[in-house]
Structures are given as structure tokens and as C-alpha cells.
Design a protein around this ligand. Structure first.
Ligand code: T5A
Ligand code: NA
Length: 210
């Protein structure tokens, strides 16, 4: 690797915490400051695997729970070479959900432990920063009705939040918890500050693995 690499920055959180809104604003702000930055999202519904996941989320097909967990992970693995290439080219990636969503959502289902859920993602590029947009289920509900997609139910989302809280205890991941109940601009400023710091820190280090 020559020169500075980009940083892998993930936004996580329960549904409607504002991840997509903030990812878009962050990429714009980084670019305006002269930094190379691009957005990605998981699931990436454009690939063959992503199309199956999308049909599953839209409840147009049913898939066995272990199977769909592995498909979400496979969807990250199929993009892993591109992630590594971009980072090495000096492009910072702002990613809407990653392996942590994978683990939190599947392990919220009965009969799934965290360790089993984590295994398929072991070895993926490790994020330099994971911003967790913290929002209570009550606040999320005020942002409008849930849609019709799978998992868009308040009881399930409460369990998902508990699983994220367990994942956030892992000190080997650079978690930053952001109070997402504030205005879009307040959130953005804090996210930008953490992201700038992570980009500086990551620049001269190799990409690690989950
Ligand atoms: N999943 C995902 C798995 O099960 N396994 C996996 O491995 C992965 C990767 C994907 C689903 O798949 C599951 C998790 C999910 O259930 P998705 O396509 O990521 O779902 O979900 P979306 O429906 O696109 O996004 P979310 O519902 O999570 O919403 P966001 O992105 O958090 O929120 P956003 O930015 O779209 O904002 C929601 C609304 O709130 C407003 C916005 O204008 C919008 O109306 N808003 C605010 N309002 C007030 N104050 C603020 N600060 C606001 N910020 C945004
Ligand atoms: Na979103």
C-alpha cells in the first residue's frame, strides 16, 4: 500500500434512527472538505444475493432463518474485495449497516446465540469506526409508521436494541454512541467530528479483520 488509506466508517442503529440520512450528509461533507468518500449500504439489494434478500425483506419469499443469515453475510463478502480496493485507493467508505446489524437482527430471533451469528462475518474488513445511532423505540415510533417489511415491529426492534447493546461491550471495536433523538444537523456535526478523527487515525494503519 502506498500513501494514506481511507477509513471504513459504519453507521448502525435500530430502524429509523436516521442512518441513511446521516450517511448521505456525511459523504457530502467529507467531499466538500476535499476528502475522497463514497457511500455503501447493506444489504446491497442490487446483486443476485441482494435481490433474494430484498424479496425476503419484502415478504415476497420465505427463507429459513439460518439460510437468510448466511445470505446477509455472503452479501458483505461479495463486496469485501471492492471495500478493500477502495480503502487502499484512499477512499473512505461510509456504510449504512454492516455485520453488527446482521448479528443483532438474527440473534433477536429465538434460538440464535451471538457467537453463532458472528461466525460467518469473521475475517471481513474491520471498521475503523462504528457510529451507533441510539434511539428509543418510542422516539422511533414518532418518526412515522413502520412499513410492511419484515422486522418492522416494535417488539422485535426492542430485542434488536438489546442485542446491539451486548455487541457494544466489545472493546476491540471502536464504537461511538450518538444520541439520535437530536436534530439532523446536530447529529451530523458530531458524526463528522468522529469521522474526521477516524480518517486521520486509520490513514497509516493496515486494514484489520473482524
Ligand atoms: N438486516 C440488515 C438484517 O437482518 N441483517 C443484516 O445483515 C443487515 C445488513 C434492512 C433490514 O434488513 C435487516 C435490518 C433491516 O430490518 P434497510 O433497508 O437498511 O433495512 O432499512 P431502511 O428501512 O432503509 O432504513 P431504516 O428504517 O433503518 O431507517 P434509517 O436509515 O435509520 O433512517 P432514515 O435516515 O431513513 O430516516 C427515517 C425517517 O426519520 C427522519 C427521516 O426524514 C425519515 O423520515 N429522520 C429524522 N427525524 C427527526 N430527527 C432526526 N434527527 C431525523 N433523522 C431522520
Ligand atoms: Na435506511
Amino acid at each position: 500500500m502506498t500513501g494514506r488509506r481511507g477509513a471504513l466508517i459504519i453507521l448502525e442503529g435500530v430502524d429509523r434512527a436516521g442512518k441513511t440520512t446521516q450517511c448521505t450528509k456525511l459523504v457530502q461533507a467529507l467531499r466538500a472538505r476535499g476528502r475522497a468518500a463514497e457511500m455503501m449500504r447493506f444489504p446491497d439489494r442490487t446483486t443476485k444475493i441482494g435481490q433474494m434478500i430484498s424479496l425476503y425483506l419484502e415478504k415476497k419469499i420465505n427463507l429459513e432463518d439460518h439460510t437468510v443469515h448466511l445470505l446477509f453475510s455472503a452479501n458483505r463478502w461479495e463486496l469485501a474485495p471492492l471495500i478493500k480496493k477502495k480503502l487502499e485507493q484512499g477512499v473512505s467508505l461510509v456504510v449504512d449497516r454492516y455485520a453488527f446489524s446482521g448479528v443483532a437482527f438474527t440473534s433477536a430471533k429465538p434460538g440464535f446465540g451471538l457467537e453463532w451469528c458472528k461466525n460467518p462475518d469473521v475475517g471481513l474488513p474491520k471498521p475503523d469506526l462504528v457510529l451507533f445511532l441510539q434511539l428509543s423505540p418510542a422516539e422511533a415510533a414518532r418518526r412515522g409508521k413502520f412499513g410492511d417489511e419484515r422486522y418492522e415491529r416494535t417488539d422485535f426492534q426492542k430485542t434488536v436494541l438489546q442485542r446491539f447493546e451486548q455487541l457494544m461491550k466489545d472493546p476491540s471495536v471502536n464504537w461511538q454512541v450518538i444520541d439520535a433523538a437530536r436534530s439532523i444537523d446536530e447529529l451530523h456535526q458530531e458524526i463528522l467530528r468522529h469521522s474526521e478523527a477516524a480518517i486521520e487515525q486509520a490513514a497509516n494503519q493496515p486494514v484489520a479483520e473482524l
